[in-house]
Design a protein around this ligand. Structure first.
Ligand code: TXA
Ligand code: MG
Length: 320
């Protein structure tokens, strides 16, 4: 543990044991955590985020052993967890009959979302509490996800009982969510583990849902609403010639522009993913200070982490 001592971990653990909310660092984004087995604590998450209760939460576990007490793991699920955990992969699996997770946390579904985060602070906290932690991203429902403790402070402020500052999130986009039914794997949300990486591992192409064309009642991942991750100003995508009256989020070759940031001057998608939400936060603030109403964004190649980046940008730009 580099930045945080055991004192803070144990203080956070006490807050969680009493049913409180703690913002936790993970390698993807910061999470708003509560004891996943405590209905009241879980209800406070939905309240703080103003999140619709039909949208289930991910339960964060220390490891496969803890996860197996909550869901039925088929052989392929065991293999995937063993290879990609701790890390940015969330598995949707059948909920065990004796599962201790609050029904509210998984919105009464027969399946449950599980992930083991790859961050020393999150790991230490889960092990100290010795309970799974329900944790959505630590932002108000629909707004930009936080990748620093400061983003959480600005976005949720006193709605959180305690914030653990573990430094900026390294990956910068949320976990990849896959559903495993009868051995078949479907990608419900592109994220920190690329589809190409998973396909190489399992040896065949994976089905993906296209949530932007499905209507809410049939959404596979109920939280994949069209409108999400949105800054307060509007967004315009695939722009190579930004107007002078808008802010610009560039990628690769720098376009000369007065109000711009670059996701990755060297066109590195890993760097771009890690900068995405922080730069959206920064340009959103910038637009307010300079009375601009649009952030335009450069085209991002739709390969590797570009798939997750484009997914978040498309939702952020969706009409509201
Ligand atoms: O990287 C991440 O996944 C971050 C960090 C904090 O771990 N968490 C995160 O949580 O992105 P959240 O709540 O913003 O997104 C969870 C997604 C939602 O779209 C939700 O609908 C979906 O997971 N989900 C949860 N349980 C599900 C289930 N049983 N079936 C289908 N989708 C589910
Ligand atoms: Mg979220």
């Amino acid at each position: 543990m580099t930045q945080l001592g055991w004192q803070e971990i144990s203080k956070a653990a006490n807050v969680l044991r009493k049913g409180g909310l703690v913002a936790i660092p993970t390698e993807t984004v910061y999470g708003l955590a509560a004891d996943a087995t405590n209905d009241k604590a879980v209800a406070r998450i939905f309240d703080a985020k103003e999140r619709p209760t039909f949208n289930p939460l991910i339960a964060h576990v220390a490891d496969l052993e803890m996860a197996k007490t909550l869901a039925d793991f088929c052989p392929i699920a065991v293999k995937l967890a063993a290879s990609f955990w701790p890390g940015p992969l969330t598995l949707i699996l059948p909920r065990r009959k004796d599962c201790s997770i609050s029904l509210l946390a998984n919105a009464g579904l027969a399946t449950i979302a599980l992930r083991s985060p790859n961050h020393p602070v999150a790991q230490a906290l889960i092990k100290t509490v010795d309970h799974p932690l329900a944790a959505p991203s630590a932002n108000s429902s629909g707004s930009i996800s936080p990748t620093t403790a400061e983003h959480v402070r600005q976005g949720l402020g006193d709605k959180v009982d305690f914030i653990l500052d573990g430094g900026p999130s390294e990956v910068g986009v949320e976990s990849t969510i896959i559903k495993i039914t009868d051995g078949e794997i479907t990608v419900l949300r592109p994220g920190g583990i690329t589809r190409q990486h998973l396909e190489k591992y399992v040896g065949h192409a994976l089905t993906k849902t296209n949530p932007s064309t499905s209507k809410p009642p049939v959404l596979e991942a109920p939280g994949m609403l069209t409108n999400h991750y949105a800054p307060t100003v509007s967004m315009r995508l695939n722009v190579t010639n930004p107007r002078h009256d808008e802010a610009y989020l560039g990628f690769g070759n720098d376009v000369q522009h007065q109000h711009s940031l670059n996701l990755s001057p060297s066109s590195d998608l890993i760097e771009a993913a890690s900068n995405l939400f922080a730069m959206m936060h920064e340009l959103d603030d910038y637009c307010h200070r300079h009375h601009l109403s649009v952030i335009s964004v450069a085209p991002i190649p739709n390969v590797g982490l570009g798939e997750a980046i484009n997914d978040r940008l498309t939702r952020a730009a969706a009409p509201r």
